[in-house]
Design a protein around this ligand. Sequence first.
Ligand code: FAD
Length: 352
Amino acid sequence: MSAEDGAASSTEASGPYYHLRVADVIVETADSKSIVLEVPAEFAERFSYEAGQFLSFRVEVAGHRLVRCYSLASAPGLDAGHKVTVKRVVDGRASNWMNDEVSAGDELEVMPPAGVFVLRESDQPLVLFSGGSGITPCISILKTALATTSRQIKLLYANRDDRSIIFKDELNAMLSLHADRLEIVHRLDDVHGFCDAALIVQEIGPRTDADFYICGPGPFMDVVETGLESLSVPSDQIHIERFESLDSPSAAASAPVDTADGQVVTIVLDGDETDVVAAEGETILAAARRTGLEPPFACEEAYCGCCMAKVVEGEVTMKMNDGGIDQRQIDEGWVLTCQGLVKGKVRVEYPD
Ligand SMILES: Cc1cc2nc3c(=O)[nH]c(=O)nc-3n(C[C@H](O)[C@H](O)[C@H](O)COP(=O)(O)OP(=O)(O)OC[C@H]3O[C@@H](n4cnc5c(N)ncnc54)[C@H](O)[C@@H]3O)c2cc1C
């Protein structure tokens, strides 16, 4: 796509970010808070979402702009506001900032909902595995499935201890309303120890035909996947959301690259202009990071939209787009830089 292809019509936002007012901040546990956003009527369509999707926030922490994804813990059509729940990460920049600095009435920069970890149409049972903050997309899926289907649902929810359980009261309330088809198993590290694959197999029991949704810390997800593998559950029944913060240079970004036949990309980031050589087959994001720039990104798999930049000169093709960018944005000249390959001389601008 070239910059000339689409007229850069003005959006209601600065680049792909919309300014949304914080309607409420709710203390969930000692180390997590929910932030409820008000979506004005004119943005309602852009911010419509499916259970399990996430929002990307751009925040400024200690002079650095960071983009972070937070899953919607609210359920579409059931909850009035768009609610995300942020759990503190030790020494984490955005998560602690969100917990310490955000108050009702503030404005936050937010991208429209994205993500493919969503409730699929099916009559099969639903089994959700959540660890810690991994409950956020799962509670949205759970609420939606209870309200819109008659599926049997099981949630296994692992936490450090009883005080760390986010949405404990809400889950208990769902349980008392839907005891006939909802089962919730709490696993607490300080009481039961960590989950292992044998426990996962035991908890799945005969429900190997279920749709499985997994979200939580890496080691927890690994154990669940091992349990599912041992039962030979087909991969199309398994849905996984990874929460990793990928801010440190990835192996791909630091691997040696031959730039002899590369193309020059002028990258405008935070007002600074840098010429970078993108090697044959190297994405704009990879080239930028390899040369020491720090553009925003998260998933690197074309679904989060965090790495979006605008092509203002030249031609960029995307290897793929898994929902990270919509047609309207493409028409305006935006590309996912994690997928963007340059053709000839190109200039891209990350949003201000
Ligand atoms: C699709 C998606 C949905 C998500 N949904 C949620 C959600 O609903 N709720 C939620 O709480 N989180 C969610 N996350 C995770 C969230 O996006 C952030 O990754 C998380 O909040 C941590 O960000 P941070 O800026 O606080 O941490 P960072 O500052 O990125 O730090 C993360 C970790 O890396 C370490 N670290 C940072 N910099 C360095 C360095 N230079 N050297 C060594 N170590 C370092 C820190 O000590 C910390 O342990 C989601 C992520 C994704 C991709």
